[in-house]
Design a protein. Sequence first.
Length: 217
Amino acid sequence: MKKITIAILMLLGTYSNASAELGINVGVSGQMGVFTGQGSETMGTVDKKGAETAMAVFGYGSIFVEKDLGQYLTLGIDFVPDSMSSETEERIRDTKAADTSTVTTNNVKVAFEDMITAYAAINVTENFYIKAGLVEVDVITKESLGTGGAYPNTSMDGTMLGMGYNKDLTNGLFVRAEGTYMDFDNIKLSANAGETKFITVTSLAGLSGKISVGKSF
Protein backbone atom coordinates (compact mmCIF):
# COMPACT_ATOMS: atom_id res chain seq x y z
CA MET A 1 0.00 0.00 0.00
CA LYS A 2 2.88 2.37 0.79
CA LYS A 3 4.29 2.09 -2.74
CA ILE A 4 0.91 2.84 -4.33
CA THR A 5 0.35 5.82 -1.99
CA ILE A 6 3.70 7.36 -2.95
CA ALA A 7 2.92 6.92 -6.65
CA ILE A 8 -0.49 8.61 -6.24
CA LEU A 9 1.05 11.56 -4.39
CA MET A 10 3.62 11.98 -7.14
CA LEU A 11 0.88 11.99 -9.78
CA LEU A 12 -1.22 14.51 -7.85
CA GLY A 13 1.87 16.66 -7.52
CA THR A 14 2.21 16.84 -11.29
CA TYR A 15 -1.39 18.11 -11.50
CA SER A 16 -0.76 20.96 -9.11
CA ASN A 17 2.56 21.92 -10.72
CA ALA A 18 1.20 21.95 -14.26
CA SER A 19 -2.50 22.59 -13.89
CA ALA A 20 -2.39 25.45 -16.34
CA GLU A 21 -1.03 23.15 -19.04
CA LEU A 22 -3.65 20.44 -18.52
CA GLY A 23 -2.45 17.47 -20.58
CA ILE A 24 -4.86 15.27 -18.64
CA ASN A 25 -6.42 12.09 -20.05
CA VAL A 26 -9.43 10.34 -18.53
CA GLY A 27 -11.24 7.26 -19.74
CA VAL A 28 -12.77 3.84 -19.20
CA SER A 29 -11.50 0.38 -20.10
CA GLY A 30 -12.84 -3.10 -20.63
CA GLN A 31 -10.41 -5.92 -19.89
CA MET A 32 -10.29 -9.71 -20.16
CA GLY A 33 -7.55 -11.72 -18.52
CA VAL A 34 -6.35 -15.25 -17.80
CA PHE A 35 -4.65 -15.79 -14.44
CA THR A 36 -2.88 -18.83 -13.05
CA GLY A 37 -1.48 -19.59 -9.61
CA GLN A 38 -0.50 -22.35 -7.23
CA GLY A 39 -2.13 -22.96 -3.86
CA SER A 40 -1.49 -25.37 -1.03
CA GLU A 41 -3.06 -26.07 2.36
CA THR A 42 -1.10 -27.11 5.44
CA MET A 43 -2.53 -28.30 8.75
CA GLY A 44 0.02 -28.23 11.52
CA THR A 45 3.15 -29.41 9.74
CA VAL A 46 1.34 -31.67 7.28
CA ASP A 47 0.76 -30.65 3.68
CA LYS A 48 -2.82 -31.83 3.08
CA LYS A 49 -2.71 -32.26 -0.67
CA GLY A 50 0.37 -30.65 -2.15
CA ALA A 51 0.48 -27.59 -4.36
CA GLU A 52 -2.28 -27.37 -6.96
CA THR A 53 -2.32 -25.12 -10.02
CA ALA A 54 -5.53 -23.27 -10.88
CA MET A 55 -6.51 -21.11 -13.82
CA ALA A 56 -9.29 -18.52 -13.97
CA VAL A 57 -10.63 -16.14 -16.60
CA PHE A 58 -11.73 -12.69 -15.45
CA GLY A 59 -13.53 -9.90 -17.27
CA TYR A 60 -13.73 -6.47 -15.65
CA GLY A 61 -13.93 -2.74 -16.26
CA SER A 62 -11.81 0.10 -14.94
CA ILE A 63 -11.45 3.88 -14.98
CA PHE A 64 -8.21 5.78 -15.39
CA VAL A 65 -6.74 9.27 -15.18
CA GLU A 66 -3.37 10.30 -16.59
CA LYS A 67 -1.04 13.28 -16.78
CA ASP A 68 1.16 13.84 -19.82
CA LEU A 69 4.66 15.00 -18.89
CA GLY A 70 5.95 16.26 -22.19
CA GLN A 71 5.85 14.39 -25.46
CA TYR A 72 7.11 11.00 -24.31
CA LEU A 73 6.17 10.33 -20.66
CA THR A 74 2.75 9.77 -19.08
CA LEU A 75 1.90 8.97 -15.44
CA GLY A 76 -1.45 7.34 -14.65
CA ILE A 77 -3.69 5.62 -12.14
CA ASP A 78 -6.13 2.84 -13.09
CA PHE A 79 -8.87 1.71 -10.67
CA VAL A 80 -11.11 -1.37 -10.94
CA PRO A 81 -14.41 -0.77 -9.07
CA ASP A 82 -15.70 -4.28 -9.82
CA SER A 83 -15.22 -7.31 -7.59
CA MET A 84 -13.71 -10.39 -9.25
CA SER A 85 -14.51 -13.75 -7.62
CA SER A 86 -12.90 -17.14 -8.05
CA GLU A 87 -14.79 -20.40 -8.35
CA THR A 88 -15.66 -22.18 -5.10
CA GLU A 89 -13.10 -24.86 -4.22
CA GLU A 90 -14.57 -27.79 -2.28
CA ARG A 91 -12.46 -30.21 -0.28
CA ILE A 92 -13.90 -33.17 1.60
CA ARG A 93 -11.90 -34.57 4.50
CA ASP A 94 -12.63 -38.06 5.82
CA THR A 95 -11.11 -38.59 9.29
CA LYS A 96 -11.15 -42.15 10.59
CA ALA A 97 -10.57 -43.12 14.23
CA ALA A 98 -11.22 -46.61 15.57
CA ASP A 99 -14.60 -47.67 14.17
CA THR A 100 -15.84 -44.15 13.39
CA SER A 101 -15.48 -41.95 10.36
CA THR A 102 -16.01 -38.19 10.33
CA VAL A 103 -16.53 -36.34 7.05
CA THR A 104 -16.02 -32.56 6.95
CA THR A 105 -16.36 -30.26 3.95
CA ASN A 106 -14.33 -27.11 3.38
CA ASN A 107 -15.53 -24.57 0.80
CA VAL A 108 -13.15 -21.75 -0.09
CA LYS A 109 -13.85 -18.81 -2.37
CA VAL A 110 -11.77 -15.68 -2.91
CA ALA A 111 -12.82 -12.25 -4.17
CA PHE A 112 -10.43 -9.59 -5.49
CA GLU A 113 -11.57 -6.03 -4.83
CA ASP A 114 -10.38 -2.42 -5.26
CA MET A 115 -7.51 -3.19 -7.60
CA ILE A 116 -5.46 -0.07 -8.29
CA THR A 117 -2.48 0.33 -10.61
CA ALA A 118 -0.07 3.27 -10.64
CA TYR A 119 1.95 3.29 -13.86
CA ALA A 120 4.27 5.17 -16.17
CA ALA A 121 3.99 4.95 -19.96
CA ILE A 122 6.62 5.88 -22.52
CA ASN A 123 5.66 6.79 -26.09
CA VAL A 124 8.02 4.89 -28.38
CA THR A 125 6.39 6.24 -31.55
CA GLU A 126 3.45 8.53 -32.22
CA ASN A 127 1.02 5.68 -31.55
CA PHE A 128 2.91 2.83 -29.88
CA TYR A 129 3.77 2.89 -26.15
CA ILE A 130 5.17 0.68 -23.40
CA LYS A 131 4.25 0.90 -19.72
CA ALA A 132 5.16 -0.45 -16.29
CA GLY A 133 3.54 -0.06 -12.90
CA LEU A 134 2.76 -1.22 -9.39
CA VAL A 135 -0.47 -3.08 -8.57
CA GLU A 136 -2.33 -3.57 -5.30
CA VAL A 137 -5.54 -5.55 -4.75
CA ASP A 138 -7.56 -6.53 -1.68
CA VAL A 139 -8.09 -10.27 -1.22
CA ILE A 140 -11.41 -11.09 0.49
CA THR A 141 -11.76 -14.69 1.68
CA LYS A 142 -15.23 -16.23 1.61
CA GLU A 143 -14.88 -19.68 3.14
CA SER A 144 -17.04 -22.20 4.96
CA LEU A 145 -14.72 -24.56 6.85
CA GLY A 146 -16.22 -27.68 8.34
CA THR A 147 -12.97 -28.10 10.25
CA GLY A 148 -13.55 -24.73 11.95
CA GLY A 149 -11.83 -21.38 11.85
CA ALA A 150 -11.65 -18.74 9.15
CA TYR A 151 -8.97 -17.19 6.99
CA PRO A 152 -8.41 -13.42 7.29
CA ASN A 153 -8.60 -10.92 4.46
CA THR A 154 -5.36 -9.50 3.12
CA SER A 155 -3.91 -7.55 0.19
CA MET A 156 -1.45 -8.42 -2.55
CA ASP A 157 1.17 -6.30 -4.25
CA GLY A 158 2.41 -6.90 -7.75
CA THR A 159 4.01 -5.46 -10.84
CA MET A 160 2.63 -4.81 -14.31
CA LEU A 161 4.25 -4.61 -17.74
CA GLY A 162 2.40 -3.74 -20.91
CA MET A 163 2.38 -2.33 -24.40
CA GLY A 164 -0.30 -0.76 -26.49
CA TYR A 165 -1.45 1.24 -29.48
CA ASN A 166 -3.11 4.65 -29.12
CA LYS A 167 -5.23 6.25 -31.86
CA ASP A 168 -6.27 9.89 -31.56
CA LEU A 169 -9.71 10.79 -32.89
CA THR A 170 -11.45 14.15 -33.22
CA ASN A 171 -12.35 16.53 -30.36
CA GLY A 172 -9.71 15.10 -28.04
CA LEU A 173 -11.13 11.58 -28.06
CA PHE A 174 -8.87 8.53 -28.33
CA VAL A 175 -9.05 4.72 -28.38
CA ARG A 176 -6.43 2.21 -27.26
CA ALA A 177 -5.69 -1.48 -27.54
CA GLU A 178 -3.32 -2.84 -24.91
CA GLY A 179 -1.83 -6.07 -23.64
CA THR A 180 -0.46 -6.44 -20.11
CA TYR A 181 1.28 -8.97 -17.88
CA MET A 182 0.79 -8.95 -14.08
CA ASP A 183 2.87 -10.79 -11.50
CA PHE A 184 1.84 -10.83 -7.81
CA ASP A 185 3.81 -11.49 -4.64
CA ASN A 186 3.23 -14.71 -2.69
CA ILE A 187 0.81 -14.65 0.26
CA LYS A 188 0.28 -16.94 3.25
CA LEU A 189 -2.94 -16.93 5.32
CA SER A 190 -3.36 -18.70 8.65
CA ALA A 191 -6.44 -19.76 10.62
CA ASN A 192 -6.26 -21.11 14.17
CA ALA A 193 -8.90 -23.61 15.14
CA GLY A 194 -7.61 -26.54 17.14
CA GLU A 195 -4.90 -27.31 14.60
CA THR A 196 -3.08 -24.46 12.90
CA LYS A 197 -4.07 -24.22 9.25
CA PHE A 198 -2.32 -22.32 6.49
CA ILE A 199 -3.11 -21.53 2.86
CA THR A 200 -0.22 -20.43 0.67
CA VAL A 201 -0.67 -18.87 -2.78
CA THR A 202 2.35 -18.61 -5.07
CA SER A 203 3.17 -17.87 -8.71
CA LEU A 204 -0.01 -15.82 -9.27
CA ALA A 205 0.33 -14.13 -12.65
CA GLY A 206 -1.78 -13.33 -15.66
CA LEU A 207 -2.06 -11.99 -19.18
CA SER A 208 -4.85 -9.67 -20.25
CA GLY A 209 -6.10 -7.62 -23.16
CA LYS A 210 -7.70 -4.21 -22.77
CA ILE A 211 -9.71 -1.81 -24.93
CA SER A 212 -9.95 1.80 -23.71
CA VAL A 213 -11.88 4.89 -24.73
CA GLY A 214 -11.00 8.31 -23.34
CA LYS A 215 -10.71 12.04 -23.78
CA SER A 216 -7.75 14.39 -23.50
CA PHE A 217 -8.01 17.85 -21.95
